[in-house]
Design a protein around this ligand. Structure first.
Ligand SMILES: Nc1ncnc2c1ncn2[C@@H]1O[C@H](COP(=O)(O)OP(=O)(O)O)[C@@H](O)[C@H]1O
Ligand SMILES: [Mg+2]
Length: 410
């Protein structure tokens, strides 16, 4: 019992974790809004899910993709953009795979054959201009054309849709590649086709295609700078923040009530329980960070092999995880521009009720409080690290704990 093979916690792995917490709003947005609307031919924007590292962006959309795939949808694998890579190549390959799922590769229609051939060329040469020379069209138009064919195939099928997930979008640093990609996807999302409805009338509808982009908050600036309002019209952005304590408690409730089922050494099954105070301590130390939640759970699991996880085991486990927890928050802070880090520092040094714009500006040595504006705004709306109420508060509770207390020590 309680070994590496049956440990249900998974910090940093590329799977959907067994111990899932929260994100109900985003999951129901997919289940109740995006999928049904796009299936019904109604317009619905693509989704951009941004947030600081470790907040569960990739995992969230991986879970959405898993659900979609179980419903029979045609789903790309999570396409992770390596820094500096040509995203058009990556997406072209994925769209070819979608076309194969949609049964288009064996189509004898010339139009479809041409669309596939053009995307194959993009998969080989990406954004490089040689392609443009060949027929005068930009590579992205090939992607849109094939996505439209995939969408038409999905309409013909009647029950399924195509889902595209591109991860680490902030790595698309080539401006031309970024705008081509966003235009290609946006054009497919807004494309309308005419279909016949019972009674013979022709009506236009959108294609059953959904797009999820995930990455660091910096992406919004990049996309906004390239495409401005067009980007906002075609993609709806959500910035993830910490997971609520109630949601974390709910996730651990199965351990507390029935115990988590594992196989025992004799080939039967057993249950690993958690005392209520052990669960409370995991929730406390992780500060709403999904990555730290998995880490605390994993280390508590390994702290002993008894049938019940106790608070003392959580404490011992977390001690072993402190360095990693510290490094996690330091990574988040190190990525921030100096001015933003300064603001967080100044804010953390003030007593909570005194964290007003005026006092923070003063502490930062700014002559006017208005100079604080842009930095504070970014930390709030773009990054979701603070909340500019009166007074300012931290939304990223691990960053707050790191700066204001002796956390992660317990
Ligand atoms: N809703 C969730 N409930 C529980 N654990 C989660 C959840 N979302 C993410 N995690 C865990 O948090 C860690 C970081 O998630 P990840 O998706 O890689 O973050 P990001 O992509 O934002 O950097 C992973 O170990 C993952 O299993
Ligand atoms: Mg990720």
């Amino acid at each position: 019992m309680r070994d590496a093979l049956d440990n249900p916690f998974s910090p940093g792995s590329d799977t959907v974790p067994d111990v899932w917490a929260g994100r109900t709003e985003q999951l129901s947005d997919w289940r109740d809004v995006v999928r049904p609307r796009r299936l019904a031919g109604l317009p619905e924007r693509g989704r951009t899910i941004l947030g600081e590292p470790g907040l569960g962006k990739s995992t969230l959309v991986r879970r959405i993709a898993q659900e979609a795939s179980r419903a029979g949808d045609w789903v790309t694998p999570q396409l992770r953009v390596p820094a500096g890579a040509d995203p058009l190549k990556l997406v072209a390959e994925a769209v070819l795979a979608l076309a194969a799922d949609a049964g288009l590769s064996s189509s004898r229609e010339k139009r479809i054959g041409d669309a596939i051939a053009r995307v194959q060329a993009v998969a080989v040469s990406g954004i490089s201009l040689t392609l443009r020379g060949a027929d005068g069209r930009e590579p992205f138009t090939a992607l849109t054309a094939l996505l439209v064919e995939v969408g038409l195939a999905a309409i013909a099928d009647g029950r399924v849709m195509a889902l595209i997930h591109i991860d680490e979008v902030q790595n698309i640093t080539d401006e031309k590649a970024l705008s081509q990609l966003l235009i290609a996807l946006g054009d497919a999302l807004t494309h309308e086709v005419e279909v016949s409805v019972p009674g013979g009338a022709r009506v236009s509808r959108s294609l059953p295609i959904a797009v999820y982009l995930t990455g660091l908050p910096d992406f919004e600036d990049m996309a906004g700078a390239r495409m401005g309002a067009t980007f906002a019209r075609r993609f709806k952005t959500t910035t993830l923040s910490a997971i609520d304590e109630e949601d974390l408690a709910e996730a651990l409730q199965e351990f507390v009530l029935e115990g988590w089922a594992v196989s025992d050494d004799a080939g039967g099954s057993a249950r690993v329980r958690m005392t209520p105070d052990a669960a409370a301590l995991i929730i406390d130390v992780c500060r709403g960070e999904p990555f730290l939640f998995q880490l605390a759970g994993e280390q508590s699991w390994y702290a002993a092999s008894t049938a019940t996880i106790t608070a003392d085991q959580v404490r011992r486990g977390w001690q072993g995880a402190q360095r990693e927890a510290t490094a996690h928050v330091e990574r988040i802070l190190e990525r921030l521009p100096a001015r933003e880090r300064q603001l967080l520092q100044a804010m953390s040094e003030l007593p909570a009720p005194e964290r007003t714009a005026t006092r923070i500006a003063e502490a930062m040595g700014l002559s006017k409080v208005t100079e604080l504006g842009p930095t504070a705004q970014r930390l709030d709306t773009v990054r979701g690290i603070i909340d500019r109420g009166k007074p300012y508060t931290f939304r990223h509770r691990a960053v707050e704990a790191y700066l204001t207390s002796d956390w992660p020590r317990v």
